[in-house]
Ligand binder design. Sequence first.
Ligand code: DX5
Ligand code: ZN
Length: 213
Amino acid sequence: MLVAPSILSADFGRLAEDVKAICDGGCDLVHVDVMDGHFVPNLTIGPVVVSSVAKTATKPLDIHLMVENNSFFVDLFAPLKPKYISFHIEEEKHPHRLIQKIRSRGIRPAIVLNPHTPPESIEFLLADVDMVLLMSVNPGFGGQKFIPSVIEKAKRLKALIEQHNPACLIQVDGGVNDKNIDQLKEAGVDIVVAGSYVFGHIDGYKKAIKLLS
Ligand code: DX5
Ligand code: ZN
């Protein structure tokens, strides 16, 4: 299992130290939650702060857009050369065009599904993306409770992926911890995002990452 700590739960007063610590602690990706206050009821960080994260991080960035105007935000973040940019299907009228735009910038495109969105809704986009992110909480905040129906959804998505694009990865985001990690592994999930679990772990970030991987 690959682990992508979400810096939403980091200490923003010492963000560089926290980014360095998760990278030194063995994380695989640095997950960055971008919220615009419209698609979700919260605001986070823009390219000014994320460019400083990119300078410190020794692992690739994984940018999760929770915004209304995806194309505009792709233009803002593409110069930072993240490994992935993921966007919500619920907020995109022209997903295929956006996927092509992300790929044309040398970035791997990924689609995010909210808890209510069925995996079948993106069946004919699977061939074009490198990853699908399943939300296991309602997007907007860290520290929420895991929604267990994501397990069944991951299994259904895995079957569709095997049919259309076996190289496509499955990522799960929200409420991930050491209690649900085994179920996620069994369901075929490749990458977990974890914010409060990693940054709040009593034994430190390295141990928390190890317990999920
Ligand atoms: C929620 C974000 C998540 C969040 C996860 O909208 O997409 O990445 O930071 O935080 P935890 O792991 O605390 O649920
Ligand atoms: Zn996220």
